[in-house]
Design a protein around this ligand. Structure first.
Ligand SMILES: N[C@@H](CCC(=O)N[C@@H](CS)C(=O)NCC(=O)O)C(=O)O
Length: 224
């Protein structure tokens, strides 16, 4: 737990998988925090001061020191509060955890964005194919219950957007990318992960996320 002297603030936004990563990390550690709710398109001056480079959430402010970028924040949390480790201590395993988390943010995210937010049919198909290739790499990486072994770790938390956001997003868009048939191990992992009590209590409800994403997708289609 954060001691009384410590002040932990999380600048976040509803329905953001990047903010959810940080919340899961803090809760796994049992660190209490104050949530500062930001609004898309109307960010507070405080947030912009804390993250002038990207002007995005999440930002963790620990005793007035701001840390930005969800994966960097997660590592900071893990190094600051030692209980319930999120990253492996073995340097090679730690390097692999960083590799796969970066893979999710680089390869998977760019592929899925292309698969969803592209009008050009050929380009969209490339996006779908690239998403499936990325999911297959992750399917091959699951050796235990979680990417982190028997307990949730860094890659699991990074992949929350695959476990929870992707099934909802593909339903709205009408894609069948991530199914039990195509990726049995990854699908089973997504069930175990989203049913973990800390993850479950942190995820936004399907009833909120689905209409939000539907509206966003319709706005995109209307703009084309
Ligand atoms: N790479 C960043 C991504 C963060 C991000 O995209 N945050 C979005 C919310 S999901 C945001 O703050 N958007 C506000 C804006 O663009 O004005 C991370 O991992 O923290």
């Amino acid at each position: 737990m954060a001691s009384n002297k410590e002040e932990v603030k999380l600048f976040g936004m509803m329905l953001s998988p990047f903010v959810t990563r940080v919340e899961i990390g803090l809760k796994l550690k049992g660190v209490g925090y104050k949530y500062e709710l930001e609004k898309m398109g109307n960010l507070s001056e405080a947030l912009i001061n804390y993250n002038p480079v990207y002007k995005k959430v999440p930002v963790l402010v620990h005793n007035e020191k701001p840390v930005s970028e969800s994966l960097i924040i997660l590592e900071y949390i893990d190094e600051t509060w030692k209980q319930n480790p999120i990253l492996p201590s073995d340097p090679y395993k730690k390097a692999l955890a960083h590799f796969w988390s970066k893979f999710i943010d680089d390869k998977f995210l760019s592929a899925i964005k292309k698969a969803i937010f592209t009008i050009d049919e050929k380009e969209r198909e490339n996006g779908i194919e690239e998403t499936e290739v990325a999911l297959q790499f992750l399917e091959n990486e699951i050796k235990d219950k979680f990417f982190g072994g028997e307990d949730i770790g860094f890659v699991d938390i990074s992949a929350v957007l695959i476990a929870y956001w992707l099934p909802i997003v593909q339903e709205v868009v009408g894609l069948n990318l991530f199914t039990h048939e195509k990726f049995p191990k990854l699908y089973k992992w997504s069930q175990d992960f989203t049913n973990h009590p800390i993850v479950k209590e942190t995820l936004p409800s399907r009833e909120t996320l689905l209409p939000y994403f539907k509206a966003r997708y319709e706005t995109f289609l209307a703009s084309k």
